[in-house]
Design a binder for this molecule. Structure first.
Ligand code: R5P
Length: 285
């Protein structure tokens, strides 16, 4: 097997390559004065191939890099397992109103036109199950990072309670027998959410507040605030995908979290848990 790292997949790809003991080659890219991207894809030796590229911000640039890379591979007569650790546009996997673009589905439909043997995603924020996308002609595997993250963080705390802002995130934690308390969250706008602050037995307890992703931080900040108000001891704010727009990371810490931990699906200063072992295992299957 060989691994090809797209411009936004280099860090994870290197770790996966190290874990599997397989070579990693990198796609080179540069930007023209008008903002367009030029890519150079190295020729990878024959054999199975995994391409790694996240599509976090700037999403459109990352998607174009991905399409260009897949296009070169197609020209070379190659197919690949495509690993997208963070799948941008993942929240729009269906039209919630008539006429609304199902952006995730649109991206998957474009991907399905390339020679992709298998698509591997990590905690995609789909409302449908990834298996539903086989209808788009893609065989999709969804890896769950939540148990790995919770296990790592728990080892640094005293019998922590796992609190999730909603049922979706709690279900991710429960996938590996982890117990999680789901709060009840209501979203009324991109930056407006509220969480019922029902009384929980968190006083004096270490708490991990886990969500699949943090974007504006509104959800995490409110959950951390409630935990602080209810007397939690040490609070670790954790998520698989640390998108952190508009200084969300600093605002979460200012809201009372003692620590912020996320995975490396999106590289950054808080990405201290790697999903590379999960990806490596999936590539071996
Ligand atoms: C929503 O269902 C997700 O699990 C996250 O809670 C949400 O995407 C976080 O967004 P924000 O950080 O903007 O509140």
């Amino acid at each position: 097997m060989h691994i090809l790292a797209g411009p936004s997949g280099i860090e994870v790809a290197r770790k996966v390559g190290l874990g599997l003991g397989v070579p990693v080659q990198e796609v080179m890219a540069r930007t023209f004065p008008d903002g367009e991207r030029l890519l150079w894809v190295p020729r990878v030796p024959e054999g199975s191939l995994a391409l790694v590229q996240s599509t976090a911000a700037p999403q459109e640039v990352r998607l174009m890099e991905l399409f260009f890379t897949l296009d070169v591979l197609r020209e070379q007569g190659r197919s690949a397992t495509l690993v997208i650790p963070y799948f941008g546009y993942g929240r729009q996997d269906k039209a919630f109103k008539t006429g609304e673009a199902a952006s995730a589905l649109a991206v998957l439909r474009i991907l399905a036109t390339y020679p992709i043997d298998r698509l591997v995603l990590v905690d995609p924020h789909f409302h449908r199950t990834p298996g539903d996308f086989s209808s788009q002609g893609l065989s999709c595997t969804s890896l769950c990072a939540a148990p790995l993250m919770v296990e790592r963080i728990s080892s640094t705390l005293k019998k922590p309670l796992i609190i999730c802002p909603d049922q979706g995130s709690a279900n991710l934690v429960r996938k590996a027998s982890g117990d999680a308390i789901a709060l009840s969250k209501t979203r009324t706008g991109d930056r407006d959410i509220s969480i019922d602050d029902e009384k929980l037995a968190v006083e004096g307890r270490d708490v991990i507040v886990f969500d699949d992703m943090v974007s504006t931080g509104g959800t995490m900040i409110e959950a951390v605030r409630i935990m602080r108000e209810q007397g939690a001891q040490r609070i670790v704010a954790a998520c698989t995908h640390g998108v952190f727009v508009e200084g969300a990371d600093a605002r979460i810490l200012a809201a009372g979290a003692d620590e912020l931990v996320c995975s490396d699906t999106i590289p950054g200063p808080y990405a201290t848990v790697s999903v590379a072992s999960l990806i490596a295992q999936a590539l071996q299957e």
